[in-house]
Ligand binder design. Sequence first.
Ligand code: ASP
Length: 320
Amino acid sequence: MKKILVIHTGGTISMHEADGQILPGDVNPMTHVQLTRFDNIEISSIDLLNLPSPHITPQHMLIIYQELKQKLPYFDGAVITHGTDTLEETAYFLDTLALPDDKPVVLTGAMRSSNELGSDGVYNYRSALRVAADDKAVGKGVLVVMNDEIHAAKYVTKTHTTNVSTFQTPTHGPLGLLTKHDSLYFQTAEARVRFDLSEIKGTIPIIKAYAGMGAGILVLLDSERIDGLVIEALGAGNLPPDAVPYLTDLIAKGTPVILVSRCFNGIAEAVYGYEGGGVALAKAGVMFVKELNSQKARLKLLIALNSGLTGQALKTYIEG
Ligand code: ASP
């Protein structure tokens, strides 16, 4: 018998449709799901939050972490139900924090609410429980299970507004998949640095680069009020030239600036030597984040700063 901790946090999986609108309710339908086929799973569930995921903040993620840290030692694994809009961010956050051991921690959600035709909530919930109770999932890091696929928290992203196969892992592909009776893993989890935090604060905006951006929106940022900046740069990691002096000034004032690519696939690297190109940006002190999307890179910097990393230690972690 496997003991699985379930933490509900809200999202479409907990909502229902009424008069053409998707709405949160007082009672989470997942708490009434009878999973009779899971004779070998004992579920202990907590309604920790009941939030649409656009309302989720890093402070909420920390509450989920603290709950897991305290309770996971008494279970074989955990499932967290969550709205899909920011699910990848909570998954990455938990994967970067120091959960007590290597037990499976699985996030899931739904694209269709509980009473909509073809609702995927119960199915995904059941799949997440299967993975959380599976010895093969031990040591794989925090996982996202949706639509029969098992994804690593580090890379998975929501790619479609409504389709049930919205969660994908660009560049790498999923870690594994669920069949009717089994689970298959194609890849192992990567080694990673993990942090224990008791509070999280800071303001780190994300700016997306675009053709003709110039210094544009950058000059509107009040450098006194931000703790760091994430730039979603063009291609391999390049910016329109007018952006460079502003970023150089910001870095000189001690504000860390990190860069990811706005491309869906691939890795940001300092490749081009022209004005505004990645080589000049790296020389100016911009730190390149390999492979993460901007919303996860933002959490990486936030966690690093809240852990007290500065200077070379910060650069090594951010670029590692
Ligand atoms: N907007 C919803 C949320 O993230 C979408 C979902 O749950 O799938 O809460």
